[in-house]
Design a protein around this ligand. Structure first.
Ligand code: ATP
Ligand code: MG
Ligand code: MG
Length: 384
């Protein structure tokens, strides 16, 4: 027993709370939003800003250990909590993940290749960019997610306008790489240094947002998967990481593996582990935070995860989203191996993550067939 705290009240926090409660822990969530998904299901919900000093004191007093569920939690808050309670992940890893430039330097420093890039933090830096990074993608260094804060830049001549469009905040310009596919891997590291991983997952994005994750036998060549796992473990060890870490990779057309970014927390692409593995990424987060033993998770079923965005709640001809509807859950739940996860968000918005569906079966072909059927029923692209 004991009490585990989480900074942030989104769906990742909610699924952490569920896993912690299933393991017998009390939970406390710190989040300003009265109807945050994690706050709704937690034993205690402290409604305050992440920087509110008295709320942080209240959280630390109520908890034996504290984690986070989103990467933009102020490093100062983590540091303040870490003075009095175990905090995982460590503030240093979180602050690296908060800044794309620092992240890329960190990857390269530890021998993990990433896309060629330049930091754009001044008109001078912009002027000095050479021709090799084009066509490229300009990304804000901080606060981007789901492809937000990114602009495609075909030629150097377009760079100034793109930077303007992003508000001339600190950015990185990345070379656009020829991708064969994208994958990611979840690792968990405990305070004693032991480290385990989930199987590498293959990811499909639509409009910069994760849409589909596949974890099927033979889905990724063994040597590529091994490289991804090694790289993620190296990155975790490098910061004395404690907790769950996800590293996203590009597999290039020439077969090379390149790290894209990391998330110092469970990740959308790891949700399949809830129904396809004997330990989910949230179980691993609980174990690392509570100082429980880590054992290698075992995937017992091939799986596909489909993300459910708010768009599904709007009829295709209803661009404004004036008349939200509920998707036909009955029709998909009638199919064997369909696991529906909804986060209890009351307001559907286009592009907002409302839930996900994990599809499992004994055989990969059955998983694919059912996933395509689900996609057809819901009107999702079935391009997997
Ligand atoms: P997340 O929600 O995963 O945090 P993000 O907003 O941080 O996403 P990225 O992961 O950097 O954005 O990029 C989003 C997607 O855009 C990638 O998954 C990939 O499909 C595409 N992309 C990003 N950078 C590159 C690149 N250098 N070359 C080719 N495609 C890229
Ligand atoms: Mg990101
Ligand atoms: Mg990403």
């Amino acid at each position: 027993g004991g009490t585990l705290g989480v900074l942030g009240g989104g769906q990742l926090g909610q699924m952490f709370v569920h896993a912690a409660q299933a393991a017998g822990y009390r939970t406390v969530v710190l989040d300003p939003d009265a109807s945050s998904p994690a706050g709704l299901v937690s034993h205690q919900h402290i409604r305050a800003d992440y920087t509110d000093a008295s709320a942080l004191v209240q959280l630390s007093r109520a908890c034996d250990a504290i984690t986070t569920e989103f990467e933009n939690v102020p490093a100062t808050s983590l540091a303040a909590l870490a003075k009095v309670r175990p905090v995982a992940p460590p503030a240093v890893a979180v602050s690296i993940a908060q800044n794309r430039a620092a992240e890329k330097v960190h990857f390269s420093h530890h021998g993990v290749p990433c896309a060629p890039f330049a930091v754009i933090d001044s008109a001078d830096a912009l002027a000095k960019v050479g021709p090799t990074l084009f066509p490229g993608i300009l990304k804000t260094s901080r606060l981007g997610y789901d492809g937000k804060g990114q602009v495609s830049v075909a030629r150097k001549d377009d760079l100034a306008a793109a930077w303007e469009q992003l508000g001339q905040v600190d950015c990185v310009l990345e070379q656009r790489l020829p991708l064969d596919f994208e994958c990611s891997v979840i690792v968990a590291r405990s305070a004693d240094g032991s480290i385990v991983h989930l199987p590498v997952q293959r990811n499909l994005h639509h409009n910069g947002i994760l849409a589909v994750t596949e974890v099927l036998p033979g889905g990724i060549a063994a040597d590529v998967a091994e490289q991804a796992i090694d790289a993620a473990c190296t990155i975790a060890r490098a910061t004395e990481y404690v907790g769950v870490l996800c590293v996203e990779f590009f597999v290039l057309e020439d077969g090379r593996l390149v790290a894209n970014e990391m998330a110092p927390r469970p990740h959308n692409s790891g949700h399949y582990s809830q129904d396809a593995c004997d330990l989910s990424q949230f179980d691993l987060q609980v174990r690392t935070l509570a100082g429980l033993p880590l054992v290698p998770p075992r995937q017992h079923s091939p799986a596909i995860m489909l993300n459910l965005l708010g768009d599904l709640w709007f009829a295709p001809d209803d661009a404004q989203g004036t008349t939200p509807t509920t998707p036909n859950w009955g029709a998909i739940l009638a199919l064997p191996g369909v696991h529906l996860h909804l986060y209890g968000k009351t307001q559907a918005r286009r592009g907002r993550k409302m839930g996900h569906i994990n599809i499992t079966a004994r055989e990969a072909t059955q998983v694919l067939n059912t996933a395509r059927e689900v996609a057809q029923i819901l009107g999702l692209p079935a391009d997997f």
